[in-house]
Design a protein around this ligand. Structure first.
Ligand code: GLA
Length: 358
């Protein structure tokens, strides 16, 4: 295929602030070097023809409401959100990716945002990262059936090289927080099977909404620690995580700015415990990885990252210690679990952009 446009969109790793986005709270993610590239051209037939090195081929009609099979549903979902009547009837798209699928690094958000970037360029429309991210979130919520928040799509669309993004998920305002040159960000992939990610995730979202309703606030963003103590059982646990995690995100952004690594260590560890005990999104593989990493050379802080129920941990390590850190951690992880995990060192990347346009 001779593409008219090639676009790229990165995956993301969240440094801190999980399950706060759909509660109107704060998150501190960054776009990563691993990315999806989408080469696209318009065609005259009302079909979308996809080829992916990783997943093979898929086709769906762009004029039908029939749900596409498998991974093509993400492309279909975002196209349904963006497409206007004056757009070309169909597209051919070739997709390549360096984001490991299913690991919790937002390969599906990157596919949505990469598709959006390529197709809006073909349609000659302006690029608005926040609008594209909201369209991606609606595609997930309304078409895919995943009740996710805005973090993954917004990070893939609006990432800034060398910076984490402090996002207020209520106003969608973004502050770029420079990452100190003395640390490196490491993704630790447990490579263990994840549990029923979608349904458990949607349960957490419903439980948070129920806790907010019980407190009479529009979202848990508007609850404080005293309010939370009025709750009991699951509502108490879910709300306590969200309220304390929002506080930790702001504290972590301050600590990054001042280079206070001792504070970061404590905050990341409290976040991990809160996700494990109150939000209950950890898994045995994740616990094994965090324990394996905890006394490793160069470690600043480590925690589960993203949706959870397996997937990846994020570690901040002192620059230059990646080899020793990862060897130590993955060796201990393998001894404990029999699984060969993976470690990637990654720097913060820019959000979606055009690579080529003819
Ligand atoms: C998934 C969702 C995000 C966010 C995280 C948890 O990645 O897609 O919206 O809720 O889980 O922080």
């Amino acid at each position: 295929m001779d593409p008219q446009v090639v676009a790229r969109a990165p995956g993301r790793v969240n440094l801190i602030g999980d399950h706060t986005d759909y509660n109107g709270g704060y998150v501190l993610p960054m776009a990563i070097e691993q990315e999806i590239q989408v080469a696209a051209r318009p065609i005259a037939q009302p079909t979308v023809q996809l080829t992916s090195e990783q997943f093979g081929e898929a086709t769906f009609r762009s004029d039908s409401d029939e749900r596409a099979a498998g991974w093509a549903v993400y492309v279909q979902g975002i196209l349904r959100e963006l497409r206007r009547s004056d757009w070309p009837p169909g597209f051919q798209m070739a997709i390549t990716s360096s984001i490991p699928a299913g690991a919790g690094l937002s390969s599906s958000a990157a596919l949505e945002i990469g598709t959006a970037r390529a197709l809006t360029a073909i349609a000659g429309e302006d690029w608005n990262p926040t609008e594209a991210a909201l369209a991606g979130q609606r595609a997930e919520n309304e078409w895919v059936g995943m009740q996710c928040g805005i973090m993954d799509q917004l990070t893939s669309a609006a990432g800034q090289a060398g910076h984490a993004l402090l996002i207020d998920c209520e106003s969608l305002s973004i502050q770029a927080v420079p990452l100190p040159g003395t640390l490196e960000v490491v993704v630790l992939d447990t490579r263990a099977e994840r549990r029923l990610v979608g349904s458990e995730y949607n349960d957490r979202r419903a439980e948070s909404a129920a806790a907010a309703a019980a407190l009479g606030v529009p979202s848990l963003r508007h609850a404080n620690e005293t309010d939370v103590d009025k709750l009991s059982g699951v509502s108490l646990m879910r709300a306590r995580h969200v309220v304390s995690e929002n506080r930790r995100v702001l504290a972590a952004a301050r600590s990054l700015r001042t280079g206070d690594f001792e504070a970061l260590e404590r905050i990341m560890s409290e976040s991990h415990v809160s996700m494990r005990d109150d939000y209950e999104t950890s898994a045995p593989s994740v616990e094994a990885m965090v324990e394996a990493a905890t006394p490793a050379p160069g470690l600043i802080g480590v925690r589960l990252t993203g949706g959870g129920f397996g997937g990846c941990c994020v570690a901040l390590v002192e620059r230059g210690s990646f080899d020793q850190f990862s060897q130590f951690t993955l060796g201990r992880y393998r001894d404990r679990t029999g699984t060969i995990g993976r470690a990637y060192v990654t720097s913060a990347a820019n959000g979606a952009s055009l690579v080529e346009q003819s």
